[in-house]
Design a protein around this ligand. Structure first.
Ligand SMILES: [Zn+2]
Length: 405
């Protein structure tokens, strides 16, 4: 390193420490924003509840000067888009900050799982996945506006931000994103990069640079009912057939390829003294590479009955493509690592089995970095929590990435 770049590096790390201190001073404010959001329960299947949080969040973003737009959804809660680009004449592409405000918890969960501070932890339904992510976006944007005040007279003025920013918060991520997928894809198409504010991975706060694709299948077997005592031989046992199919389906798993097939639910029969006419299995399929999608889909669809007197019907598909670690994803991770380094820590990366809306944007070829939200544990579980001490760092990293991505 020559003396000029050494000087520049020193300057950027001084600046990074100043930013970290800025968020540390505001840590309690961040916590109280998160609390406010967690205390508005918003299960995916309750439109009224999800619409309510959409309005609260929209109000907060409009206070920052964002132009909010509600995308009405009929069967799910409304989706919320916020744009920070008033002049509309900038050639710079926006960065898309992508998240969701629905949770997996039914109304009333707060009674048994209250939002509270326990030592360094903040608990509550959806606190990690991902209401804290929404709060981090709000605080990172507010900070950027604060820091860039002196640029007020510059031509490109995006609501006080150094570049155009679009935020999309959807209402149905936890149930497959059927209603929001089109909006996500159309905004991603216009974006320079996508930062997904889902929780980070593990207690070291790694970002997610690869996610598996997900498919769901239903395998229905029809046999023939009969009295198990009087007419045993006239019956065709659908459960027995399904059992054989389950063995076969499970053998499709190929761990080397990161391809897994899990029969998660099986059902069938009516009474012990009846030869069962019906049985069914629900199957979860995960793929690490998009090129494996067609093959496993074909295998599932080609299931044929072992007992020819049975009928098999297979429905379903791969509905989330995998997020693969493309060159664009790797470059975004390198940028995030550089910001983290200035802040004084080493940012890890992880490949995970679960899908998110980042799968859609990454598979379109838009550089996507996931896991940009809070650090914690227990997503979707009774012990869900975030680590309060990590909030300033996460906010500083997010702000830095909004500037540079
Ligand atoms: Zn989530």
């Amino acid at each position: 390193m020559n003396s000029v770049s050494r000087k520049a590096a020193k300057h950027s790390s001084v600046e990074a420490q100043r930013r970290l201190a800025y968020f540390s001073e505001r840590r309690d404010e961040i916590v109280s924003t998160i609390r406010e959001l967690v205390e508005i329960e918003s299960p995916s299947d309750n439109k009224a509840a999800v619409d309510r949080i959409a309005e609260v969040v929209a109000h907060k973003f409009s206070q920052l000067g964002g132009e909010t737009r509600i995308h009405q959804a009929r069967d799910f809660g409304n989706h919320l888009q916020i744009d920070f680009d008033f002049a509309g004449k900038s050639a710079a592409k926006p960065v898309l900050l992508l998240g969701h405000y629905d949770t997996v918890y039914p109304l009333g969960t707060l009674a048994t799982m209250p939002c509270r501070v326990v030592g360094n932890k903040l608990t509550g339904p959806g606190v990690l996945d991902m209401k804290s992510g929404i709060a981090l976006v709000l605080h990172a944007l507010a900070a950027l506006q604060d820091w860039h005040k002196q640029d007020l007279h510059k031509e490109a003025w995006h609501g006080g931000l150094p570049r155009p920013v679009t935020v999309l918060l959807v209402s149905d991520e936890e149930v497959g994103s059927d209603s929001s997928r089109e909006i996500t894809e159309s905004l991603a198409k216009k974006a320079a990069a996508v930062l997904v504010i889902e929780p980070s991975y593990g207690l070291q706060g790694a970002v997610k640079t690869a996610r598996k694709g997900v498919g769901e299948y239903l395998v229905k077997v029809t046999g023939k009912a009969s009295h198990a005592g009087l007419d045993f031989q006239k019956g065709v046992n659908a459960i027995l057939e399904l059992a054989r199919q389950i063995e076969k389906i499970s053998s499709f798993t190929d761990l080397k390829k990161g391809l897994t097939v899990n029969v998660g639910i099986a059902s069938g029969g009516s009474r012990t003294n009846v030869v069962p006419a019906e049985a069914a299995a629900q199957v979860d399929v995960r793929i690490a590479r998009i090129k494996d999608a067609a093959g496993i889909d074909k295998k599932m669809r080609s299931l044929r009955p072992f007992n020819r007197k049975c009928k098999i019907e297979v429905t379903g598909e791969i509905n989330r493509p995998p997020m693969e670690r493309t060159a664009g994803v790797a470059a975004l991770y390198a940028q995030a690592s550089a910001v983290a380094r200035e802040l004084g820590w080493k940012l890890g990366e992880a490949a995970v089995g679960g899908g998110s809306d980042g799968n859609f944007t990454a598979s379109m070829g838009i550089p996507t970095l996931d896991g940009r939200g809070a650090v914690g544990e227990g997503a979707h579980a009774p012990h869900e929590h975030i680590l309060i001490s990590e909030l300033p760092r996460r906010a500083a990293l997010l702000a830095g990435m909004i500037e540079r991505a």
